[in-house]
Design a protein around this ligand. Sequence first.
Ligand code: ATP
Length: 488
Amino acid sequence: MSNERGLMENIISLSKRRGFIFQASEIYGGIGGFWDYGPLGVELKRNLKEAWWRDMVLVHDDTVTPHGAPSAYAMVGVDTSIIQNPQVWRVSGHSDLFQDQLVDCRTCKSRFRLDQISSSECPMKPSKHPGEHSTCQLTEPREFNLMFKTNVGALVDPSSTAFLRPETAQGIFVNFRNVLDTTRVKLPFGIAQTGKSFRNEITPRYYTYRSREFEQMEIEFFCHPHESQHWYTYWRDRRFSWYIDLGLTSTRLRLRDHTPEELSHYSLGTADIEYAFPFLPEGEFGELEGIAHRGDFDLRSHMQGKLVRTAQGLEVETDAEGKPRFPGSGRDLSYTDESNGERFIPHVVEPSAGVDRALLAFLCEAYQEDEIPDLEGIPQTRVVLKFHPRLAPIKAGVFPLVKRDGMPEIAMEIYRDLKRRWNVFYDERGSVGRRYRRQDESGTPFCITVDTQTLEDQTVTLRDRDTTHQERLAIHELHIFLDDHIHR
Ligand code: ATP
């Protein structure tokens, strides 16, 4: 077993033991590609999404030009339906292009993605790639659409077929006009959305990395075509530094520009933010977020109809009678610049991130095993999750040193006071050393202990998770301290 694989097994086992991630429907044997977040996992996930929303939307100041941006810009949010009119997916291209090539094995009845054969394992022993055993019988590749189907209403027939969204982005494009008409935003501006997406992945794998139900955090940024290249560079760099600021500081994180051959038919430039997850083969990186310069592809499609690339550029795909094969809405999704009357279809830059993959990267990066001395000074291995305090599920543990002399009462008072603002945890069971370890494994950045000296001078012991350094702090300074250290 490679070190990296062992590391991943330790992370998965901690994550289950401490209640970060469970297999969905585990008591019934699970269901492939679906995961549940436990009490600590849900807090971590909420903090991650809130950090994104806060940094991208809420505290964004649309009167100031951020560093590296061509100008000031506005940001607003939406929350759109998981099920949209099926025409949305025909026009966007998902109905006939969002598919993978799959290959079945007639012998072992397994199914593989054609582009992943070289990294997949045949279930027969000894371990080999599909097709490499003499008994393997792989079928010819066939197309498989990744969208989950459902039916809307009581009738189950083709007219009631609908799809669970495979991305949140289309809900933003189809609301472009609504946002323009109901707010005072002017170009350039972005619309943000977080929410669940669904893809019937042929081979869900690598823990939560490739799931069938997952969450996305997406921004569609609308700008003038002349400025779009500049905005693309801005978002590409801005999104990369966001991960670093929240703690992905190792060389496992990288920003990679797509080669011209990799670009989608509509893309004028794409970069991926990637992480070298411990479960991937050495030297391989997995995508956390893609930042794409999509030109006017999306808005033009939803105006005119599904577009295809021809020698002349992107054109509406037509049927035998020369009519659009998948007609657009016919709505005017262009923009008129009030200052000079110029009318154009805005270009779009799309930073599209996955919540679950980012969470997994933060979990892998935070996981560390180090040695710290116990009460007798003997070094002991400890497992610690060094989350950035903004992401940490629990911000502080509050303990009485012992269950007497009025210490529990004071600790409880501190707990109740802090609890009004932060997720803090009260614990009076077991030795203080053991309580510290439990919080280390949960990724709690600070522990506050009420001890004998507290009774004399109203100070507490404040212990730092990463350094294990302890200092004394007055009770009335706790709010300021946590404010400074959590929201920095
Ligand atoms: P991949 O090539 O890995 O399948 P993708 O390029 O199809 O990913 P996008 O369509 O760009 O992914 O989706 C944007 C983001 O959504 C990805 O960067 C990823 O973080 C997340 N995502 C996509 N598919 C999945 C999935 N099956 N499970 C978890 N997250 C996903």
